[in-house]
Design a protein around this ligand. Structure first.
Ligand SMILES: Nc1ncnc2c1ncn2[C@@H]1O[C@H](COP(=O)(O)OP(=O)(O)OP(=O)(O)O)[C@@H](O)[C@H]1O
Length: 553
């Protein structure tokens, strides 16, 4: 529950929207209750008095029409404003979490099972919607409507008011509390199983070729079928509990009506109220139970919401990998890099880089070679401040990168990651990610440098060709060159290219290397590569061994 409350500052920002939705929800309920009450009274009174032709039909029928219209409009407005506000809160939570994680979203994703971080940022956040709707909607409006009906009954039929209040309070509080405590575990289990199912689906989609090749597809399918069956059973149990609560509420509503009827008949016999008024009161008390049904519907989702909030809180409490300085210094112009005494390890007891020094002048190029696992990509990540060193400093244009805003640093350095992703969208969209507003000519120029222009030109839609999810319509080499073109298109003065030619055949690789100087002229280049580099394509070649850089002999 504490986890749920920790999101209240984000909720408070949208208080006005929730207040409007609440007002409209209250108007809907009260209009519904009044509509039933007046209709009951009106029809009964009209039936009893038409013989004498003395009944004023105009007033009540106008009220019935007016209330019907009010109910339609307020319900529409309540749905519109309520859902709009809820979706805004959920969007805020997602954005807040993403910002909170910062570069750590990558680490969080690695620490969790595949798909789990995505699951938290999507499904878990969605599971919170019932909380906000419960908090702002049915419970509050239910209490207000029940109070209004109780007050009205206590004036018209005091004995019925007591019975009504008891049954209504049971329906509004006792049933939801019992339902909530009885289904909390089921809700949490639904969240766990949904995550398991999503993780299994990720494995099956991503690894389907390997699973088929290893003959493991049936085993994986059986595993996900078992999870899905467990999920269905748990959902069914929750639905049954929810249906039982709804049935209990229907019985309580019926008891409230019977109580009103019995006490009303006594009052009628004594001449304390008229028949039409009694019918109106009966229907009004029945109509007011509509609110309790909505509370029960939402409370059934509470267990899942609490479990989801707990998972989100744990994700949000992952300590940030890097924290932006509060008073960032201005980053001077220039593309020089200087690294002094850099020590870093994912596990501080086992450093990958040890007391490493490196100086790269602006506009020059350096290749970093080394065995697999030597720490080359780690060095690239530290340059972009995706993590902070244990000791030493990284300076760009003479300034310690911890003293500048990360956004300034990332505008100065572009990275072609070893596993750079192709995003959903067109080839043009993918190119412009790091250089919004780049012209078609600039895109073609970058594609030419990455040796992909001929292929893209051969496609009927050219730059507008969709590349499919994760670039599945491209070969591995084409996807790699698209990511390379994206990096070359960026205006950053420093380029860190991590294995830029992986996935390219040797001939294309050699062409790429021979083009590299021209493609990057004027920029500082840090080229991380396993490949055998042709002579003269970089100014210096350094080897990373035992956590330090050594000049090529
Ligand atoms: N996120 C991580 N968490 C823990 N350890 C990591 C992480 N990333 C890399 N490592 C470890 O750090 C070491 C250096 O990895 P890095 O990826 O920098 O090597 P590399 O020289 O780029 O290797 P390759 O040429 O194979 O890409 C390796 O031992 C690796 O297992």
């Amino acid at each position: 529950m504490r986890a749920l409350l920790s999101f209240h500052p984000l909720f408070r920002r949208h208080l006005a929207g929730f207040a409007i939705a609440l007002g409209l929800s209250l108007a809907t309920l009260l209009a519904g209750v009044a509509l039933l009450g007046i209709s009951g009274w009106f029809l009964t009174a009209a039936f009893l008095t038409t013989a004498t032709m003395s009944f004023n039909l105009f007033g009540p029928s106008a009220a019935v029409r007016g209330l019907s219209m009010l109910r339609i409009l307020s319900r529409y407005g309540e749905k519109l404003v309520g859902h709009d506000t809820t979706l805004r809160v959920l969007a805020d939570i997602r954005e807040w979490l993403f910002r909170r994680l910062g570069p750590g979203v990558h680490q969080a994703n690695q620490a969790l099972r595949k798909g789990d971080a995505v699951s938290r940022l999507t499904a878990d956040v969605d599971a919170l919607d019932s909380v906000f709707i419960v908090a702002a909607g049915p419970l509050v409006t239910g209490v207000l409507t029940a109070t209004a009906v109780t007050v009205f009954l206590s004036v018209m039929l005091p004995a019925a008011a007591i019975l009504y209040a008891v049954f209504m309070a049971t329906a509004l509080f006792v049933v939801p509390i019992l339902l909530s405590s009885g289904t909390r575990r089921l809700g949490a289990r639904i969240i766990d199983l949904s995550t398991e199912l999503r993780v299994a689906a990720f494995d099956m989609v991503d690894g389907h070729a390997d699973l088929i090749a290893f003959g493991a597809a049936d085993r994986m399918r059986a595993r996900s079928d078992a999870i899905a069956a467990d999920l269905s059973r748990t959902r069914l149990r929750l639905a049954r509990a929810s249906a039982s609560a709804s049935a209990a509420i229907a019985v309580l509503g019926g008891l409230a009506v019977v109580g009103t009827l019995l006490t009303g008949l006594t009052a009628l016999e004594r001449g304390l109220i008229s028949g039409p008024i009694l019918v109106g009161l009966l229907l009004a008390s029945l109509g007011s139970f509509e609110a309790t049904a909505a509370v029960t519907r939402q409370v059934a989702k509470f267990g899942s919401a609490i479990a989801a909030a707990e998972r989100l809180r744990r994700l949000a409490e992952t300590p940030p990998v890097v924290v932006d300085t509060l008073h960032p210094a201005a980053l001077p112009a220039g593309g020089s890099i200087s690294i002094e005494g850099l020590t870093f390890g994912y596990d501080p007891r086992r450093p990958v880089l040890r007391n490493l020094d490196l100086t790269v002048d602006a506009g020059s190029s350096v290749a970093i070679m080394g065995e697999s696992g030597a720490g080359k990509s780690t060095l690239g990540a530290l340059l972009l401040r995706l993590a902070d060193p244990i000791a030493g400093a990284v300076r760009v244009a003479g300034t310690d990168i911890r003293d500048i805003a990360q956004s300034d640093l990332h505008a100065r350095i572009a990275l072609l990651e070893q596993n750079a992703p192709v995003f959903i969208g067109t080839i043009g969209d993918n190119l412009r990610i790091g250089c919004n507003g780049a012209s078609d000519d600039e895109c073609w120029f970058a594609l030419g440098k990455a040796r992909l222009a001929d292929f893209v030109r051969s496609l009927p839609a050219g730059l507008e060709t969709p590349v499919g999810e994760a670039g599945h319509t491209l070969s591995v080499g084409q996807a790699r060159r698209l990511c390379l073109a994206r990096t070359l298109l960026s205006k950053a003065e420093i380029l860190v290219l991590d294995e830029p030619t992986s996935g390219l055949d040797r001939e294309t690789e050699l062409s790429f290397f021979s083009d590299l100087r021209n493609a990057t002229v004027g920029r500082t280049v840090l080229l991380i590569s396993h490949a055998h580099l042709p002579f003269g394509i970089v100014d210096r070649i350094l080897h990373l061994t035992d956590g330090r850089l050594r000049e090529d002999q």
